[in-house]
Design a protein around this ligand. Structure first.
Ligand SMILES: [Zn+2]
Length: 141
């Protein structure tokens, strides 16, 4: 059965959110638990409320839409700022990954997604959790 893609308001822009997006966003925020730029902590029971899983290379680049090197937790303020000026976010990703991994991420970003967007759009929440959650233990950097 195909899952509908919901339209979700993110404050200053709206984005289409699939179950895979929701699950992956939670995973990234559980990894970081704070804004990677200003250090603002997430709140709530899991320490992820008030954080947004932010894509360095655009969500439209499907090959890195669910790539743990491309998606980082930002507070709403830093996320908004990064859309106006990417410099600080870019410096962070470059420093975090190092030049070689940063270059590889860039290569992946400009590649065609091997699975294609339809695959990800049609995943159920359960399927997405099965794929993404095992990553949590191995994605500490
Ligand atoms: Zn911040």
């Amino acid at each position: 059965m195909l899952k509908p893609i919901k339209q979700k308001m993110m404050g200053w822009h709206s984005v289409k959110v699939s179950p895979a997006d929701t699950v992956f966003s939670r995973l990234v925020r559980l990894r970081d638990k704070q804004c990677v730029l200003c250090g603002r902590k997430g709140t709530g029971e899991e320490g992820i409320y008030g954080l947004q899983a932010s894509h360095f290379y655009s969500r439209r680049k499907w090959a890195v839409r669910y790539d743990v090197d491309n998606v980082w937790s930002l507070c709403i303020g830093c996320h908004k700022k990064s859309h106006q000026d990417i410099t600080e976010f870019e410096d962070f990703v470059l420093e975090k990954l190092g030049q070689k991994s940063f270059n590889l991420l860039t290569l992946r970003a400009w590649s065609k997604s091997p699975l294609g967007s339809a695959y990800w759009k049609n995943l159920t929440k359960k399927q997405a959790e099965t794929i993404f959650f095992p990553l949590l233990g191995i994605m500490e950097r």
